[in-house]
Design a binder for this molecule. Structure first.
Ligand code: UDP
Length: 337
């Protein structure tokens, strides 16, 4: 049930048709997570060998079950904050391991800081040992609550380090600082993706792991109340997973992107209320919207400036919100959630 639609993988392959990954060996930390498992799928489709490392804290073995046993795919259950000695010669290291749901920030702040700091340091050390390219999965959270929207990479950020979300936002900033240090000190070819809100099949809807889109879909399909926080006036810009993965892999492999920091996301901004209403309409649900208090520190607006990705990577999102939501709803409808 959790393997993703075949045509989605073909679409990613199409987006990466000018990129040669055949025979390359890639370490993906967090490879059993929502995004990480899609990255593993895309790499395998492109003929790469994949070493997938995950401690299964928020990722799930079932996300990669269809890859287990395939030639060129290896899974190691391991916490990347602890030393790791891969026995394959690596060409590329993609560090994606971290819990990412705001509800988890409350429960696991120390673990999150460790994954983004110590985990990044260990993953960088592995890349350095093999002379591999490094891609760090950073986040739009490094901007905090930005005063400049759409937000370009040059915006330095607006963050109070004592707030709830700071375990994530500040540790992603620290991870970026480690990447910059390895670039300067050791000449490592290291790149940073600032990932904006992404959704699609395999995203968790349950409890503290659920983000707005999968929660709303699951609530709508079950006829439960759709839980809008605040008045729903805050905005996000939702990127369908195939676009995100294509952007990440173009950034990891494009010759002109060495050492660059690039926003990857969709630049169509929408309020959370409009998102909830759209999901209600697309599911044909009778659910009611129910309003709950806005969590502390919830950014008011979020939308990337993706001019740099367009110029540098020849990339922009191809899947509109309604199309992406329809695909995601179809997957949730078929999945046992
Ligand atoms: N949100 C909501 N209801 C939910 C979950 C989230 O209204 O059940 C809001 C949340 O407050 C935020 C937005 O939706 O403003 C996006 O939340 P999400 O957890 O998807 O990611 P974030 O962008 O906050 O990291």
């Amino acid at each position: 049930m959790v393997s993703c639609p075949d045509n989605d993988i073909i679409n990613i392959g199409e987006y990466l048709r000018d990129i040669d990954l055949a025979g390359k060996t890639v370490l993906v930390t967090g490879g059993a997570g929502f995004l990480g498992s899609w990255v593993c799928d895309a790499l395998m489709y492109k003929g790469a060998r994949v070493l997938c490392v995950d401690n299964l804290s928020s990722g799930a073995e079932e996300n990669i079950a269809h890859l287990r046993g395939k030639d060129g795919f290896q899974f190691i259950k391991h916490d990347i904050t602890q030393p790791l000695q891969p026995d394959l010669k690596l060409d590329l290291v993609i560090h994606m391991a971290s819990r990412a749901s705001p509800f988890e920030f409350e429960r696991f702040p120390e673990e999150i800081i460790q994954a983004n700091t110590q985990g990044t340091l260990i993953a960088l050390g592995i890349a350095r040992e093999f002379g591999a390219t490094f891609l760090f999965a950073s986040s739009s959270e490094v901007y905090g609550d930005p005063s400049l929207v759409p937000t370009p990479e040059s915006f330095a950020g607006n963050i109070d380090p004592t707030k709830m979300r700071s375990c994530y936002s500040v540790s992603k900033r620290c991870g970026e600082a480690y990447v910059a240090a390895f670039r300067r000190q050791y000449g490592l070819d290291a790149r940073v993706a600032r990932i904006f809100n992404t959704y699609g099949p395999r995203m968790r809807a349950d409890g503290i792991y659920g983000r707005a889109v999968p929660r709303f879909i699951s609530q709508a399909l079950r006829g439960n109340d759709i839980t809008v926080f605040g008045q729903g006036r805050q905005t996000r810009s939702f990127c369908y997973v195939t676009d995100q993965v294509a952007g990440l892999l173009r950034l990891a492999t494009s010759p002109g992107a060495e050492g660059e920091v690039v926003n990857i996301g969709n630049d169509t901004e929408i309020t959370i209320l409009e998102t909830a209403e759209m999901i209600k309409r697309l599911t044909g649900s009778q659910s009611q919207l129910a309003f709950y208090p806005l969590p502390e520190d919830d950014p008011i607006r979020r939308c990337p400036d993706i001019g740099k990705a367009r110029r540098l990577l020849g990339w922009e999102p191809r899947v509109g919100l309604e199309e992406g939501l329809r695909k995601t709803i179809a997957w949730f409808d078929g999945a046992v959630q």
